[in-house]
Design a protein around this ligand. Structure first.
Ligand SMILES: Cc1cc2nc3c(=O)[nH]c(=O)nc-3n(C[C@H](O)[C@H](O)[C@H](O)COP(=O)(O)OP(=O)(O)OC[C@H]3O[C@@H](n4cnc5c(N)ncnc54)[C@H](O)[C@@H]3O)c2cc1C
Length: 473
């Protein structure tokens, strides 16, 4: 019945359902069907069919999610096939309108002649798509300066769960009240949020229970706390439902079009100051010094990853700048109007580090070699999976974030907690914003370690809450 009314494809065979039972996470579930909607009419047909048959829809783009966001027993709606158009670029006003299946790197290539780009850059930029970036509120190594997808989403066109269409964007207080008078599902949504956020008990709970508002990377549930800071409620910012859609993982509405804010191309001259440190603890503390110098990014690699890269033929070539056996490394990205400007910034940071007793080697990498260093850093995940034997770093504490100044205590408690479970951890990634990928080494073929996986996840949640962090950054 679904097939008869569909312009795109609807597939039920086992092989395709098996392929779509996974994303980049540890989770597996076989969906009922896989569909490739071709038009808005298809999306409406799909939504109406799912509602009438009590099924769910899993919107999907590149499927690179790390926490099972596109894994489930419902109907997969893959928009990577027919929804890949860049619709409009406005160079003067710095925005672009795209369909959800546009690949990030391809978008930025198209924008380059306009001297603009989309700021949030994920490690998966060569395949991840804007619809998925919005769903996950994705960001990357430079979230310190560019923020996340939420910060740049101006407007989203959607199909709602009753099959009606709605466009969400910035509203004044008066426009918000007007929306509340609509007799459609869109009106219901505005009235509901008004009821939820006007309730003083809810307001207090949101303020006290949500992650620290200073945290840059925060995807703990729906971003109700950000809506509370808007004009119709306790704040002074314009209301925009896009703040909530970002990070909602496809659970609120089906996205068909996105209007994104763009930023000027990054400075032409860049350098990576690769600070060698003796221990991970020192690296975590030294990060706070680096942050005082307004870097573009600070990334961490720990001893395990650096050691494993020696045995990787491809990555061994990218170790040209490493001296000795560092216990950890901070990669500090600097940008400037000239190479001399970058060198001056690097010298200042090195002197500050030495004065405080952090770091023993400070190579500044520039030009073509920069790509090699980032290659080594980005390859971290792949290298980890090549750890010999059945024990592998498991993606269970993937994206927790706490304020960088709390990281020393948080990591100390985390290490002790893992010790109680008889395991240790690999530490790497976005230390500038307090978001580290912490991968406990487990053998997931062993039921005892599967139970540990579960218990470690629970203990981590308690710890993150204690530090007012975000379960997902
Ligand atoms: C090696 C590796 C490195 C990574 N590094 C980063 C990183 O640096 N930063 C980061 O943020 N993430 C990172 N990720 C996670 C992931 O790549 C990103 O979040 C990416 O933006 C997801 O895009 P996608 O196209 O794969 O989305 P998908 O995984 O396909 O979908 C993501 C979410 O968006 C929803 N969605 C997709 N399309 C629609 C639509 N049309 N309507 C409604 N909802 C929709 C989905 O239902 C899902 O909940 C990494 C993943 C891997 C495997």
């Amino acid at each position: 019945m679904l097939k008869a009314n569909f312009q795109g494809e609807v597939l039920f065979d086992d092989s395709i359902r098996l392929i779509y039972a996974t994303d980049a996470s540890a989770y597996r579930e076989i969906p009922t069907a896989v569909t490739y909607p071709k038009s808005i009419k298809d999306i409406k047909t799909l939504i109406n069919f799912a509602r009438e048959n009590n099924s769910s829809i899993i919107p999907r783009t590149a499927g690179t999610s790390l926490a099972g966001q596109v894994v489930g027993s419902g109907i997969i709606a893959d928009v990577s096939r027919y929804w890949g158009k860049v619709l409009e670029i406005n160079q003067e006003e710095h925005w672009v309108r795209v369909q959800p299946g546009v690949v990030l790197d391809e978008l930025n290539k198209i924008l380059e002649p306009h001297e603009l780009f989309f700021g949030p850059e994920t490690s998966t930029s060569n395949r991840c798509m804007i619809g998925g970036m919005l769903g996950n509120n994705a960001c990357g190594s430079r979230s310190l300066i560019y923020g996340s997808t939420r910060d740049h989403t101006l407007e989203v066109k959607t199909v709602l769960s009753d099959g009606s269409e709605a466009v969400f964007g910035e509203l004044s207080k008066r426009e918000f009240e007007e929306k509340c008078t609509l007799t459609t599902m869109e009106g219901d949504i505005y009235r509901n949020i008004r009821d939820i956020l006007s309730n003083t008990f809810n307001q207090k709970e949101i303020v006290s229970q949500y992650p620290d508002s200073k945290l840059k990377r925060r995807n703990t549930g729906y971003a109700l706390d950000l809506l509370l800071q808007t004009e119709p409620f306790a704040g002074d910012k314009p209301f925009n439902f896009c703040k909530l859609l970002a990070g909602s993982e496809g659970t609120l509405a089906f996205t068909t079009e996105i209007k994104l804010n763009l930023v000027p191309l990054p400075p032409k001259h860049k350098g990576l100051l690769c600070v060698h440190l003796e221990t991970i603890e020192k690296a975590i503390k030294a990060n706070l010094i680096a942050l005082q110098h307004q870097p573009r990014a600070v990334e961490l690699m720990d001893h395990t990853i650096l050691e494993l890269s020696k045995k990787n033929i491809e990555q061994n070539k990218n170790r040209f700048f490493i001296k000795g056996n560092p216990g950890a490394m901070l990669i500090i990205e600097l940008g400037g109007q000239s190479l001399n400007d970058v060198k001056a910034q690097a010298a200042e940071i090195e002197s500050h580090f030495r004065q405080k007793g952090y770091g023993y080697h400070f190579p500044l990498i520039d030009g073509k070699n920069i790509a090699k260093v980032w290659d080594l850093r980005k390859a971290g995940l792949g290298i980890l999976n090549n750890m010999p034997g059945d024990h592998k770093p498991a993606s269970v504490i993937e994206d927790t974030a706490v304020l960088p100044e709390l990281l020393p205590d948080y990591i100390d408690e985390m290490t002790k907690m893992l010790k109680r479970y008889d395991t240790s951890c690999v530490y790497y990634a976005h230390i500038a914003t307090g978001e580290l990928h912490l991968r406990p080494v487990l053998n997931l073929k062993d039921p005892i370690d599967v139970e540990r996986f579960h218990n470690i996840a629970l203990a981590t949640a308690v710890l993150v809450k204690k530090y007012r962090g975000s379960l997902s950054g």
